[in-house]
Design a protein around this ligand. Structure first.
Ligand code: GDD
Ligand code: MN
Length: 401
């Protein structure tokens, strides 16, 4: 099947949201690599699409003729936007993907990037609220060395046309919450809510994305490897045809997205996960201790030691798949798994001894209340267990960064 003819629908990728490197994409098709792939996510944009494709093609033909593609990713719009796209046969660079099962702006963009053949990946809304002419300025930012070029409403020359006070307040409010939760991510650009940008493919290759809702740029900033960022000011235009699909749901998804990123990024996020797993271990420890003591009638020390070991095994399993999952997935096989388990066990056992020593020191030497001493010991040992395990048990070996 020659997918170069505009009428063909592109196959919809499935599974995790990982952008593959170009060689992988090109190995599945006889097509050649391109310099730029622009994704146009659509839901009920049948009346806008032709005008957008015409304007964008005219602009990109002026600098990238024959070296770019437009990929419309439509979520089976009730107004048959995907069919309208297929009928735009004058544009050989136009491709169409029709998603049936999946829905959502961010995931639509990534599905498009997964089949794209461009070295640079972009996204633009289909409703002409993002002025197409800005594409050339964004492109020159990339040519100038930027790894990510963002169209911003909050730099010189930027703004919004017809937003109500409420929407302005909500947008700025959302940005502020983002700055509090993810300063190192949200603070890197002036308009983290922008849905109009382009990024070098290599910044995203093989980095699992996990988007939610509308804010694809935040996902790119959070999980991509992006040294240089360029911004271009633009005025967010009034929508002429159709209406925005933004509802309160998108605001809830935004908060969920921030929390999800917060939990998964950097050491703080990893430490939070490690602590949650540690907490679950307390319940396992108590439950097994109860069963061994009361159901099997085992001795105190044996029950305590066995239940602690079962809890440690529980903690190891969860930490290996969740807390350090992004590392352990690069250390496959039973041998490495067992090595990690033994190290984890050894470190936590040392932690246990440290715990007992600390309680005695705080209670007997500093005269601190025994329960306060116990809590301080638990907190200190949790940090010890986390750090030493991060450095030893889930030591980053050959992960391609
Ligand atoms: N495939 C797909 N699936 N596309 C969608 C979906 C969906 O579920 N929901 C919306 N889209 C498409 C729309 O058809 C449009 O092309 C684009 O995504 C943006 O949707 P709008 O509903 O028009 O969003 P907006 O104008 O309110 O907000 C836009 O601009 C903001 C400012 O840059 C979005 O890009 C926001 O993310 C952005 O913050
Ligand atoms: Mn819009």
């Amino acid at each position: 099947m020659n997918v170069n003819s505009a009428n063909c629908l592109l196959p919809v990728p499935s599974g995790s949201f990982v952008v593959p490197d170009l060689t992988t994409v090109l190995s599945t098709t006889e097509e050649r690599p391109l310099r730029f792939s622009l994704i146009i996510p659509t839901y009920k944009e049948a009346k806008n699409l032709a005008q957008l494709v015409e304007q964008v093609s005219r602009l990109l033909d002026s600098q990238l003729a024959g070296n770019y593609e437009l990929i419309v990713v439509d979520d089976n719009s009730p107004d048959d936007t995907w069919k309208v796209a297929q009928e735009l046969t004058n544009y050989p660079q136009l491709k169409v993907m029709r998603r049936i099962e999946e829905r959502g702006l961010s995931t639509a963009v990534i599905r498009g990037w997964q089949v794209a053949r461009g070295e640079v990946l972009g996204v633009i809304d289909a409703d002409l609220q993002h002025p197409p002419e800005l594409l050339l300025q964004l492109w020159s930012q990339i040519q100038g060395g930027a790894d990510l070029a963002v169209a911003s409403r909050h730099v010189e020359g930027g703004g919004v046309n017809d937003w109500s006070i409420i929407r302005r307040f909500l947008s700025r409010g959302a940005q502020t919450i983002g700055l509090i939760l993810l300063p190192g991510v949200i603070g890197r650009v002036s308009d983290p809510m922008s849905g109009y940008f382009m990024v070098r493919r290599n910044c995203l290759v093989d980095r699992p994305l996990n988007p939610l809702g509308y804010k694809i740029l935040i996902e790119v900033l959070g999980r991509g490897k992006i040294p240089e960022i360029g911004e271009v000011g633009y005025v967010f235009q009034e929508r002429q045809v159709g209406e925005s699909k933004v509802t309160w749901k998108q605001y809830v998804e935004y908060l969920q997205h921030l929390l999800r990123l917060r939990l998964s990024l950097g050491s703080i996020g990893r430490f939070i996960r490690f602590s949650i797993v540690g907490f679950s271990g307390v319940f396992v420890d108590i439950a097994i201790f109860y069963l061994l003591r009361n159901k099997l009638g085992l001795g105190l020390t044996l029950s305590a030691a066995l239940s602690a070991e079962v809890a440690m095994f529980n903690n190891f399993l969860w930490n290996d798949v969740w807390t350090f999952g992004d590392i352990s997935q690069h250390q496959p096989g039973l041998r490495q798994w067992f090595e990690r388990f033994l190290k984890f066990n050894g470190i936590c056992l040392a932690g246990l001894i440290l715990n007992v020593l600390l309680v005695n020191l705080l209670f007997n030497v500093f005269g601190i209340n025994e329960y306060v001493s116990k809590l301080i010991a638990i907190a200190a040992v949790t940090v010890w267990n986390f750090w030493i395990n991060l450095k030893l048990s889930w030591r980053v070996t050959d992960v391609r960064q």
